[in-house]
Design a protein around this ligand. Structure first.
Ligand code: MN
Length: 705
């Protein structure tokens, strides 16, 4: 273990303005707190925080971070408290130590691939400060380096977690070296056979080919000397894990040198980079398709370098990266991290702000040694502040908007669970259903058979998905009540129109309006989906009691003031049909029919669900619907179909023939209609035509927005 003076010297090396007294006090305090505690290896416990602090000096971090490393296990494992750390070392350090403690206490039991990304987001969301993650990663790195002294089952668990969560997180933070080391340490535990076989193959290849690293490097150096270019050549063997993963991905056997070794040539200037490239391509044959110029076209994360692969006379391929010293330093420090092309997530960078940029700010600030406080302001993590991440009892992470409650959580898991929710436990304690969830909490939903969504829940939940599900359910449950109410409304409307109200009149109106049964018609009137006056108007079209038409630009209720509205082309919902709104970026809200197959694909994005319903009243005949018709091939039938549709006041906007047989043909007919009642009216009329064998509504999921 290094001693206190060593640590101070390490920090002073890059930070001459370090607060030596602070470091000494933190050392003494940490040592005193961990007094008598031992690691699994039998060493004094304090060797661990010291090793973590030393790791962080390699990243040239500020005093607060180094002190946090020294104290990172005190609040968790000793009689020390947040208040005491805050009193002795200030609020900033107490916050940081507390942040690391919170991450340590997370039970990351599930690390399936689809959950791993959520857990990484959760770690970032809980950290609020980049330095918390850096300390946590260094902590994990030291624990992985010393994992051999742990129990075997613990080793496997930690290694899995490291592979799934922490190594990719290090990659996202731009620390490629740390990612590689974490992966390799985890690989050693998880799959020692695979690792050993790669190492053995490695040794065999080396025996066959000789000291390839050295001979290729010196060949390159020789060529550069001849061309009079000053440049440094580095060769390195790739880590067993990255070789193994490449073999898994591409099912390669590893025989090519380019699978094992990588070479870097570092120059002083950009023109020299291209000069080096010229020399390499002149001397060795460039492998087609392997040349990438990230200097003229930097990656979106700022990474700059020239990549090429050449093959020598013996056909052995060698990968070369060419960059300036500046570019190299930046890449090593994590600013231009390798993560973008190594994880294959380049286009899906989940960070609103590039985390690498923060590291850039961090190191720049230290280089100029100007004002540490000022730059630390920029490393606060804000990116997931509008979201919370909570655990299911099985350890799956559920992502919710801030302000979400256990009910939102329940509906996010499954509508059935949400609907039958009676109470909830958060971190093991019973809480009211309106409790706002916080990051990292584990939530258990208690359900009971017979429970149904309550009307009051609408005001409790924060997600559109939960709201829509509750409304749907309430609507079903209230059907009975709506039917009674509808009957009353109809009675009044009939009386107002001077007509006699009867069950028969309702049944006739239902048939005319294409509603499946009279009870349904009553329910729709009662729930205000259909106005009683329209029912009367359908029975007695001449009556002067006409309703003004609904504006087709905003024909629904439930839109936000600034949201535009469209109908989904895949399911073509009509006024009178139940709909669900889905928000699309830049396209406003798109209404889908409630039974549209496309909705299933959107289950996992509850934030995008909006509860919509059609405006009450008469809609203009502008809503396009596609019908599929099978028609017998007799002369004049198409003309009859067209005039039939005309008499029902619908427009034909398009007509396409599908396939023609000698006696039958199919066609797609695009109509403009007022709504679902109008549709049924038209279909009923078409079905009555003997030349028409079949009429059905045509939906095309490929037209999804
Ligand atoms: Mn630790």
């Amino acid at each position: 273990m290094i001693n206190l003076d060593d640590l101070v010297a390490l920090v002073r090396n890059y930070n001459p303005k370090t607060d030596e007294d602070l470091l000494r006090r933190a050392w003494d305090y940490g040592e005193a707190m961990h007094e008598g505690q031992l690691r699994h290896s039998g060493e004094p416990y304090f060797t661990h925080p010291v090793a973590v602090a030393a790791l962080l000096t390699e990243m040239q971090l500020d005093d607060a971070t180094i002190v946090t490393a020294l104290l990172h296990d005190t609040i968790e494992d000793t009689k020390s408290t947040y208040a005491e750390v805050s009193r002795l070392f200030g609020a900033e350090i107490a916050e940081l130590v507390d942040g690391v403690t919170k991450l340590t206490n997370l039970q990351l039991s599930s690390s399936e691939a689809k959950q791993a990304e959520n857990i990484r987001k959760l770690l970032i969301a809980m950290s609020r400060d980049l330095r918390v993650i850096l300390v946590k990663l260094a902590d994990r790195l030291h624990n992985m380096r010393t994992i051999r002294s742990m129990r075997l089952d613990k080793q496997a668990q930690k290694a899995r977690e490291t592979m799934d969560i922490y190594a990719p997180l290090a990659g996202r933070m731009g620390m490629q070296w740390m990612r590689e080391e974490l992966e390799d340490l985890a690989f050693r535990v998880l799959n020692p056979e695979a690792r050993n076989s790669i190492l053995r193959r490695f040794i065999t290849l080396q025996r066959e080919a000789g000291d390839v690293l050295h001979s290729i490097s010196s060949d390159m150096r020789h060529e550069l000397d001849r061309a009079g270019i000053e440049a440094v050549v580095f060769g390195r063997a790739k880590k067993p894990y990255s070789i193994w993963r490449k073999m898994q991905d591409k099912e390669l056997s590893f025989s090519r040198l380019s699978d094992i070794y990588g070479f870097r040539i570092i120059t002083d200037s950009v023109p020299e980079c291209y000069a080096v490239l010229g020399v390499m391509h002149q001397r060795w044959r460039a492998v087609p398709g392997r040349f990438k110029d990230y200097i003229s076209q930097p990656k979106s994360n700022g990474y700059r370098s020239i990549h090429t692969t050449v093959s020598g006379r013996d056909g052995k391929r060698v990968e070369i990266q060419i960059r300036t010293r500046e570019m190299h330093e930046v890449a090593e420090a994590g600013v231009a991290a390798h993560w973008a092309y190594r994880d294959g997530v380049r286009s899906e960078n989940p960070f609103a702000v590039d985390p690498a940029k923060w590291i850039a700010t961090l190191t720049e600030g230290l280089d100029s040694a100007e004002d540490h406080d000022a730059f630390l302001e920029h490393v606060k993590l804000e990116m997931y502040s509008d979201q919370v991440f909570c655990f299911t009892p099985k350890g799956d992470v559920i992502q919710l908007p801030r302000g979400a409650t256990p009910l939102d959580f329940a509906f996010a898991i499954h509508t059935r669970i949400g609907s039958s929710c009676v109470s909830a436990k958060v971190d093991g304690l019973r809480v009211p259903l309106w409790t706002r969830l916080r990051n990292g909490q584990s939530v258990e939903i208690i359900t009971a058979e017979g429970q149904r969504p309550q009307a009051s829940w609408i005001d409790i939940v924060a997600t559109g998905r939960a709201k829509a599900a509750i409304r749907r359910s309430l609507r079903d449950e209230d059907r009975e009540r709506f039917m009674r109410l509808g009957t009353e409304l109809l009675r009044v409307a009939f009386a107002n129109a001077g007509r006699e109200f009867s069950n028969k009149a309702v049944a006739t109106a239902a048939k005319l309006m294409g509603v499946q049964d009279p009870q349904e018609l009553r329910a729709r009137v009662g729930s205000a989906e259909l106005s009683a006056r329209r029912v009367v108007a359908a029975l007695y079209p001449d009556s002067p009691n006409q309703v003004p038409e609904v504006d087709a630009a905003r024909p629904v209720l439930g839109l936000g003031g600034d949201q535009s509205f469209r109908r989904a082309a895949c399911c073509q919902p009509l006024p009178g049909e139940r709909i669900i709104g889905i928000t699309y970026r830049g396209k406003g809200v798109v209404a889908h029919a409630i039974d549209c197959d496309v909705l299933a694909e959107l289950e996992s994005q509850p934030d995008r669900w909006v509860d919509l319903r059609w405006q009450d009243g008469t809609h203009p005949a502008v809503y396009g619907v596609t019908l599929e018709l099978t028609i017998s091939n007799d002369a004049g039938v198409l003309g009859r179909v067209c005039s039939l549709i005309g008499t029902h006041k619908a427009n034909i906007s398009d007509l396409r023939f599908m396939d023609r047989k000698p006696d039958f043909y199919r066609l797609l007919l695009e109509l403009e209609l007022r709504g679902v009642a109008h549709l049924h009216e038209v279909i009923t009329a078409l079905e009555a035509e003997t030349a028409i064998a079949q009429v059905s509504r045509h939906r095309d999921p490929s037209l999804r927005p």
